[in-house]
Design a protein. Sequence first.
Length: 268
Amino acid sequence: MLTSFFSLLIFGCLTGVTTVLFGFGGGFITVPVIYGVLTATARPGADAMHVAVATSAAVMVVNAVVATSAQWRQGRLRSAYLWPLAGFIAIGACAGSFAATLVGGTALRLLFTAYLLVTITDSLLRKGFLSVAHQIPAKSLDRGTTTLGGMGIGLVAAALGVGGSVMTVPLLRRRGLLMAEATAMANPLSVPVAVAGTLVYALAPTAASGAGQFGYVHVPAGAALLVGSLPTIAVMRRVTGRVPDRAHSAAYVVLLLVVLIVMVTMGI
């Protein structure tokens, strides 16, 4: 148990870094880590992925809110890109979270991996992410993107416990925003996903009872991750905006590739 706590603590620090630099809120780091810890400590394999996704959502609530507050004070957020997109993301997130409780753990892991693969491929092959032609002013979001796109983002992100960053960052990037701006706004846009996901997973009637669990949410694992992530967020917010735009976008894709390799290595 002590080894598991320190593992989660260390990865919690990494989660803090990715929250600030990439707007992840923790999902792409915490899901594989929690899944690995639970399976290594002989928790029921059938529930391990659901617990990992649920706990990831709970951690994201805190991380995303803290990071959003810091970025708001630094003037990095653009309200025109946040509302009403966030409202439609919340609608989709409620449906996505509920749907995930009905899907088997193996199917959920495969969907998580497929989602990573599609995102990496899209970022590498489609123009506008690694190298973007910035527009002043940046292009606004049309109604279809805000409504149907927002609900789609919430649906997928909540179902997989990854926040909305891996769809909102490329979306805003291709509208002409700098990487630092796009990743900054990914945190507030992840809040409705994380809140909806946490509530649905915590109250899910299909969740098996377990020590330290509230529904599917594993409270000790989430707490250990937050002990590492919150101080890291406080430190990392000071370096936001100092990373060159091209390097920032490339690092985003590299991190997703690393997570994909980890998930495949774990037997998916």
